[in-house]
Ligand binder design. Structure first.
Ligand code: EPZ
Length: 421
């Protein structure tokens, strides 16, 4: 297994280009199951999770070719309707083949995705939404077994105990676009990745309105065709690079990012004393003062502060003066990064779904272990500012969601390298 070694203390300077959004690419690749015609998806990031989704499509009998950041799917026919445990268990997002399989094949067997380090990850809202469209669904031997004679449009309330669900919204949308009649999805997820998925489905011939708002209206159609689409930039990768500039006291231009996707993060960074400005299509980040101020964060569904930025923000506030409180309203257990940051000299303690961070620390490099994708990013940020050498092991977690991150950081001055463990 590889590990990453960082010598901290260098203020990052220069320009970093953001890749396509993992969390848009995964449901959009699943949506290609809705047609036998050829689809061309551009700006797809080269990531482990994308590779897993392509393997799942191939396992269903679909022709898939990835060259660089371009994926050509089909023309081909689905040959079998089972998304097997060995692939689905490695990536929760595999669940989003369920909706398209049901719409196209009227049946599906998808392994239960199982929990992961950031929490239980239930699928009750996915099942509730698809049942509302007329599907019969049962859980059998660890698989979600779904079948339907004909999907019929319906009004579906998709809010759960933690608010909206991104992939449940995606799954239900991908089924409703080929249901008979009109569907209304209420308390839908508003994430930019849902808008990108809807825009791809509309290019395929779907009739969707309200994407990006809590109420999505869909008029079912009989058939969908092939389409060409370019994936939106990854707002979480962009946010991670913004924080890399902030934590190292650097001066970075983040290219190809959409600043309008980062409002919650920018609001908090502005409070902390970091200047984040739009700069003709790019984002310019510069620390205004050497002493940053503490900030309190609560993670919420979009446009609230993203849970996928919580770990990275925690790295920043460990070196910010004062006490910051980070509260997780989406995944209350998403704090695996805390013990590793404390090994580097941070002073963080947990109180229920909140982390209390006593800031103003000078982090020191240490051997640490990545536990999940965004925790890995937090450890990289901490390593970039820590005194001395940080060694991060189990970085296969990082490779799930960040394309060429060390190459991008080296280009702006980071002393970072990947070595074989
Ligand atoms: C998506 O996961 C993202 N993954 C996650 O990013 C992200 O953290 C999450 O949305 C929240 O923004 C992809 O898009 C591939 P949810 P998803 O359903 O859709 C509960 C990353 O790092 N819930 O929006 O699986 C759930 O437990 C990953 O890129 C139910 O209760 O998350 C959570 O508390 C990590 N029942 C809340 O809703 C359900 O049926 C939000 O989860 C489904 C979810």
């Amino acid at each position: 297994m590889d590990k990453i070694i960082i010598e901290g203390g260098v203020p990052l300077k220069g320009a970093i280009e953001v890749s396509g959004a993992k969390n848009a690419a995964l449901p959009i690749l699943a949506a290609t199951l809705l047609t036998n015609e050829k689809c061309i998806i551009k700006n797809v990031p080269v990531l482990r999770d994308v590779g897993t989704m392509l393997k799942i499509l191939r396992s269903l009998g679909i022709k898939v070719q990835m060259t660089g950041n371009r994926v050509v799917v089909g023309p081909s026919q689905i040959k079998q309707n089972v998304a097997a445990y060995k692939l689905v268990s490695t990536m929760r997002a595999s669940i989003c083949v369920l909706g398209p399989l049901l719409a196209k094949q009227r049946q599906a067997r998808v392994s239960m995705p199982g929990g992961c380090i950031i929490g239980q990850r239930p699928v009750d809202l996915h099942i509730k939404g698809l049942r509302a469209l007329g599907a019969q669904i049962k859980i059998e031997h660890g698989y979600i077994v779904a079948k339907v004679k004909e999907l019929r449009g319906s009004n579906i309330f998709l809010g759960g105990a933690y608010g909206s669900s991104v992939l449940a919204t995606a799954n239900v949308m991908m089924a409703a676009v080929m249901a008979k009649g009109r569907s209304l999805i209420e308390n839908a997820a508003c994430e930019p990745e849902i808008i990108d998925l809807a825009n791809f489905l509309i290019k395929m011939g779907a009739k969707i309105q309200g994407q990006g708002t809590p109420i999505i209206e869909i008029e079912g159609v009989k058939k969908l065709g092939g389409a060409t689409h370019s994936i939106i930039p990854d707002r979480i990768e962009a946010g991670t690079h913004v924080l890399a500039a902030a934590i190292t006291g650097g001066d970075l231009v983040i290219k190809k990012a959409k600043i309008e996707h980062l409002s919650a993060l920018i609001d908090k960074l502005t409070q902390a004393g970091v200047s984040v400005k739009a700069n003709s299509g790019d984002i310019h980040v510069k620390r205004r003062s050497s002493n940053l101020k503490p900030v309190d964060i609560t993670t919420l569904p979009y446009p609230g502060f993203p849970t996928d930025m919580q770990a990275q923000m925690m790295a920043l506030v460990t070196v910010t003066d004062g006490i910051s409180v980070l509260t997780e309203k989406i995944f209350p257990d998403r704090f695996m990064h805390v013990s590793e940051l404390n090994r580097m000299g941070a002073e963080i303690f947990l109180e229920g779904a909140s982390a209390i961070v006593k800031g103003g620390k000078r982090l020191s490099g240490a051997p640490v272990m990545a536990s999940d994708l965004r925790a890995s990013a937090a450890l990289i940020l901490a390593g970039l500012v820590a005194k001395g050498k940080t060694e991060i092991s189990r970085i296969y977690h990082l490779d799930r969601g960040y394309e060429q991150i060390e190459e991008k950081l080296i280009k702006v001055g980071a002393r970072i390298k990947r070595v074989k463990e």
